[in-house]
Design a binder for this molecule. Structure first.
Ligand SMILES: Cc1cc2nc3c(=O)[nH]c(=O)nc-3n(C[C@H](O)[C@H](O)[C@H](O)COP(=O)(O)OP(=O)(O)OC[C@H]3O[C@@H](n4cnc5c(N)ncnc54)[C@H](O)[C@@H]3O)c2cc1C
Length: 441
């Protein structure tokens, strides 16, 4: 754990709250372009929800991340490459090139990368308030009273105010990876300063409930373990006597109205459990995961299965998408000159790729803000530019959740490209490498 730290430094200092994929991406870009960066994380690990995610690449993510790399960002995907467990697998429903990283090595890899880049990070420190002068944020106040001053701030605290949202809108605390009983409630500074937005379901209930559970590999049958060792994944048909939990499934992110095209709501996921190797655990993906989480032991090979994440995963998952920030396409929060947002705080885009494209841009513009420079809005002919604008429009639409790996969404925006065309388009915009080009005032 890093030593306690109080920054008194004025000038070119970016302070980021939240060490998930969004905050990490923002930190790497802000630092690469020349800012001093401090990242504050309330738990003892970096990664946030990505510590239980595991799917690095699927469907349209290949194109979106190739574009982000051409812009000079997507550093977390380089880390995924270094801890990959399975690459380019043809997994039903996820496309013919799905890749999975080892979730149990992510935190260490992220910490190493931040140290290598000389990015200061504070673990086990929870932001609880802000000091502001009018609409200008001056410092983040931590639980122990420490004030971390800066010139520009990024709220990348996710979009849950757990455990209260889990008690109000879910099935209580299910002991997810955010570990609120140990590290205190989540929640950012944006919601302390302005109105935030929530996705609602058909009954008007705020928030969406996480899908997918992680299972101890050793609790699978020997036959299933062998299959997963050989292939990297397994497809297990739903048995006739399994009892679906329709209420829970209706609240997972993929079940938004009009989500028929979304990969994780596809028929293959309703008729089968798709189990993938993510290192120390296996992950059950998609709608069948919440649908049958309470009756997994009826499935062939899962007779002894033990859910390890969330600890009470048979009951439910965390409630998210309840505290999204109003913001413009530069990632600046409306009404505040030096406050930005990233990740799922920045709109109803629910994947690591979403956190990366919003985080990279937030880091870039917060660094520019700290130097008194104007902000970049990505052109809408780029996938990231069009998609960030879509998320902003969907913020107040209440129902729409997207994922940047949905090819259909990118096609509807008229920006989906593959292969060399991805990099060529970035070159046409004049922005190749922009997220890693060192800048001066
Ligand atoms: C169960 C589940 C499985 C998923 N699987 C996948 C997958 O396989 N692939 C994929 O691409 N996407 C997946 N997603 C979506 C994706 O993981 C998330 O959308 C993305 O990781 C969110 O990143 P984030 O940085 O915005 O937020 P988070 O990951 O929530 O990170 C926010 C961080 O902020 C910290 N924080 C909160 N409040 C404070 C505070 N007051 N002070 C300091 N720190 C604070 C939290 O502790 C946390 O570390 C999954 C989502 C869920 C729920």
């Amino acid at each position: 754990m890093n030593a306690a730290h109080e920054s008194e430094k004025i000038g070119m200092k970016v302070v980021i709250i939240g060490g998930g994929a969004g905050g990490f991406s923002a930190a790497t870009v802000a630092r690469a372009t020349g800012a001093d960066v401090t990242l504050i994380e309330r738990t003892d690990m970096l990664g946030g929800i990505a510590l239980v995610a595991g799917v690095a690449m699927l469907n349209g993510m290949h194109s979106a991340i190739a574009e982000e790399r051409a812009l000079g960002g997507a550093v977390i995907y380089d880390l995924f490459d270094s801890i990959i467990v399975r690459r380019d697998l043809p997994v039903p429903g996820l496309g013919d090139k799905a890749s999975f990283y080892n979730v149990s090595r992510l935190d260490a890899a992220m910490q190493r990368e931040l140290r290598r880049r000389q990015i200061e990070f504070m673990l086990g420190r929870r932001a609880v308030n802000v000091d502001a002068s009018g609409s200008r944020v001056e410092a983040v106040v931590l639980e122990d009273g420490t004030r971390v001053k800066g010139d520009a701030f990024i709220d990348a605290t996710g979009s849950t105010d757990s455990p209260s949202s889990c008690h109000k809108w879910g099935w209580g605390c299910v002991e997810c990876i955010l570990r609120c009983p140990a590290f205190g409630p989540t929640g950012g500074i944006v919601e302390k300063m302005t109105q935030t937005y929530a996705v609602t379901d058909d009954d008007g209930r705020p928030g969406k409930i996480g899908a997918s559970v992680l299972i101890a590999k050793e609790s699978l049958s020997a036959e299933l373990q062998n299959e997963i060792r050989a292939k990297g994944f397994a497809v297990i048909p739903v048995p006739q006597d399994a009892e679906p939990d329709l209420e829970r499934a209706s609240r997972m992110p993929a079940n938004r109205p009009g989500s028929g095209g979304h990969v994780l709501a596809g028929q293959v996921f309703k008729e089968n459990l798709i189990i993938t190797d993510i290192g120390a655990f296996v992950k059950i993906i998609g709608v069948a995961s919440p649908l049958y989480a309470g009756s997994l032991r009826k499935f062939h090979g899962l007779e002894d299965a033990t859910i390890v994440q969330p600890a009470a995963g048979a009951r439910g998952h965390l409630v998210s998408l309840v505290t999204m920030a109003p913001r413009d396409n530069t990632m600046k929060v409306d009404g505040f000159p030096n406050l930005f947002c990233a990740g799922v705080k920045a709109g109803p885009g629910f994947s690591i790729g979403d956190a990366v494209v919003t985080g990279d841009l937030a880091g870039y513009n917060a660094a520019r803000c700290s130097r008194g420079q104007d902000f970049l809005e990505l052109p809408k002919n780029l996938m990231a530019g069009a998609y960030i604008d879509l998320l902003r429009r969907n913020l107040k639409a209440a129902h729409e959740i997207t994922h940047i790996h949905e090819i259909k969404v990118l096609q509807e925006l008229g920006v989906y490209r593959v292969g060399d065309e991805v990099v060529k388009e970035v070159q046409r915009t004049g922005l190749p490498g922009v997220f890693k080009a060192r800048q001066v005032s």
